[in-house]
Design a protein around this ligand. Structure first.
Ligand code: HEM
Ligand code: HEM
Length: 194
């Protein structure tokens, strides 16, 4: 086979470069942790005041703090990672929109659990992480602060949900309209070719 033919075959079957395995694992692990936390929050919120509701909020808050810990770890991983080659196709405004929305998703990954922690501290409810590790308060008990923190927690929740809807639509647009590799680059599938 001539060198020319080999290179043609290679160029038609290029292995798609992906984000680092660590970042891909963190991305999907956090999607799962955030969805679990959110569902537990809504379930607890709909329960009548009872010991069962207190326990359900205990699970919610424990998974929520797990999200916070993962967010710290992910930020460290992200600062050391670079985007795969060929990432961010499109016009300058599209690249800027992706950067801004990803930045805001990071803000929510921190602000949502911290505001929840603030609600818990201001309402002076004792809380052990997964019933094992006592969690210190980050603010003094205060009904006024509790109200503010509740509004912040709800506000960040809806901000995250709005960003998530945009994020998913953008991923689907890349996959089915622009037909580029952006979604494949974030999937934990080895050896993808195009
Ligand atoms: C990614 C992390 C988190 C998400 C997605 C989340 C989501 C939610 C949701 C969906 C609710 C139900 C009420 C509503 O719809 O506004 C809620 C309520 C609550 N969350 Fe979180 N939460 C997170 C982290 C935390 C953490 C870390 C804590 C505490 C350590 C916490 C404490 C609370 C409390 C105390 C409430 C009840 C608030 C109220 O009664 O208004 N959350 N959260
Ligand atoms: C709560 C859920 C989610 C959060 C917080 C989130 C957050 C992020 C962030 C911050 C990035 C930028 C890469 C980084 O710095 O880590 C990213 C990239 C990405 N996400 Fe998500 N994501 C979520 C859910 C999803 C879902 C459900 C999909 C699939 C439909 C998805 C598809 C992607 C893709 C394809 C990229 C790569 C984008 C690029 O290369 O520019 N994400 N995500």
């Amino acid at each position: 086979m001539s060198p020319q033919a080999t290179s043609t075959v290679v160029s038609r079957q290029t292995v798609i470069p992906r984000w680092s395995t660590a970042l891909i694992v963190m991305h999907w692990l956090m999607v799962l942790a955030i969805l679990v936390t959110m569902s537990l929050g809504w379930i607890a919120n709909d329960m009548p005041r009872s010991l069962a509701q207190y326990r359900m909020f205990g699970w919610h808050k424990s998974f929520g703090l797990l999200v916070l810990a993962l967010a710290v770890l992910r930020t460290v991983v992200r600062l050391r990672a670079s985007a795969p080659p060929g990432n961010r196709p499109g016009r300058p405004w599209e690249r800027r929109a992706a950067r801004v929305s990803h930045g805001l998703l990071y803000v929510c990954m921190f602000a949502l659990p911290v505001s929840g922690w603030l609600v818990n501290s201001a309402s002076d409810v004792p809380f052990k992480w997964f019933w094992l590790v006592p969690v210190p308060d980050i603010a003094a008990a205060s009904p006024e602060l509790e109200q503010i923190a509740r509004s912040l927690h709800a506000g960040f929740l809806w901000t995250l949900l709005t960003l998530l809807a945009i994020h998913i639509l953008a991923a689907l647009r890349h996959q089915f309209v622009l037909r580029d590799s952006v979604l494949w680059q974030m999937l934990p599938l080895r050896g993808l070719r195009r």
